[in-house]
Design a protein around this ligand. Sequence first.
Ligand code: KIV
Ligand code: ZN
Length: 523
Amino acid sequence: MPRDNHVLIFDTTLRDGEQSPGATMTHDEKLEIADLLDEMGVDIIEAGFPIASEGDFLAVSDIARRAKHSVICGLSRANFKDIDRCWEAVRHARRPRIHTFIGTSPLHRAIPNLSMDEMVERIHDTVTHARNLCDNVQWSAMDATRTEHDYLCRVVETAIKAGATTINIPDTVGYTAPRESAELIRMLIERVPGADDVVFSTHCHNDLGMATANSLAAVEAGARQIECTINGLGERAGNAALEEVVMAMRVRHDIMPYTTGIDTTKIMNLSRRVSTVSGFPVQFNKAIVGKNAFLHESGIHQDGVLKNVQTFEIMRPEDIGLQAKNIAMGKHSGRAALRAKMRELGIDLADNQLNDLFVRFKALADRKKEVYDDDLIALVQDADTHEAHDTLQLKRLRVICGTDGPALADLGMSIEGVEKSVTAQGDGPVDAAFNAVKALYPHGARLELYQVSAVTEGTDAQATVSVRISESGRIATGQSADTDTVVASTRAYVNAINRLIERRKKSAPGDDVKTVDYRAPAE
Ligand code: KIV
Ligand code: ZN
């Protein structure tokens, strides 16, 4: 394969990203994210793991049907049943790919209890089977970075001979370091017969915070596909972040002269959407997409940036889709200004969405002196997470709290259209409000995460609240924003319960729970 300087971007937000506990997305959310990735120029979208559940299968096949440019890929373990199911899902795509993998390190070989020779045979048979179905086959050596080099060469050679067109070398546990990552790819390209006929890919996890550096080092050694996720979402500490690897190659093109097909101006919008639908907030100081990434707080920095932006900025906010802020929004701003502002923020709204936002913007502007960009983004995200057909709707909330005893919450909620109210006590106002929700809608879901962050500065700032709950292996998240933290918290909690109810309705118990252990090659 000619190793020109073009690097393929393989996005696995919907597979490895969605696999991270609590990041479960609904079907429609997955389709929306896939559309945005396709529009952004991602070369390959790993849309899911079709055998894992009916929901995953449907998501992958629907994404395959609608993708316009990207290759659509599904994951499968090293057995015919997984591969057939994967093909069933991706076959509708203009450009389908089957991705099959097996753990090749000593620790992973012990799980299916295969000898080294038996594993080689399994790789030969499964890759051949996949290649008979689809002419675009990716094979991954899970835990490659902890696999003996001689054995890794042998299994990679087997996969190439059986017809794999992309060879992925994952750092499954985020263990490698840049020099080692480069040496591994270089070693494989030098030693494995047929290496020139395939694309080598890197897939790095971030357990030691080196995923981006390790991916770029692999590219310098000859890898031409990077597997990554938006916001670095993914198992444990996550995967290499798409925005980081892409912007690093763009900003430091002088020393990393590689190109990608990514329209970087779409990055910010995708980052926000993935954060909203996954319920995983982006850390403030996250590279590229963090809220503070382009903020200059100290006097010296501000002074320098005002004189020449390049003093402290290595890239322009516009490069990732953040527009220069020139429309100030307030109480007297009209609908046209709101539309222009949202465009400036990279958010295009349909007329009905704009009308809805306008009403809520006016209500916020009445309560808050200045409405910042982040307030508007929070309003849009809040609208995205509440549906008119939700089973539970918060109607009214009053809390009394203080230093002299438990807090009291008086709550009114409609449940399937029937209005009910209750008063409950709690250890603080949020606890009292949650207890009131539970009293009106008893359920056994456990609260896994409750997170509050202020959208902007000041005591009148909006708070965004994320809530994650779980029930028999099903996980649901809810988010909300309001200038009143207790209201935002209660709405986020109610929203999470609504998502849980939807999941219960869609599946028999356990159906949408990923019960398949993706580490073990079944059969
Ligand atoms: O981290 C990993 O090894 C994976 C494989 C399934 C490619 O995600
Ligand atoms: Zn992974």
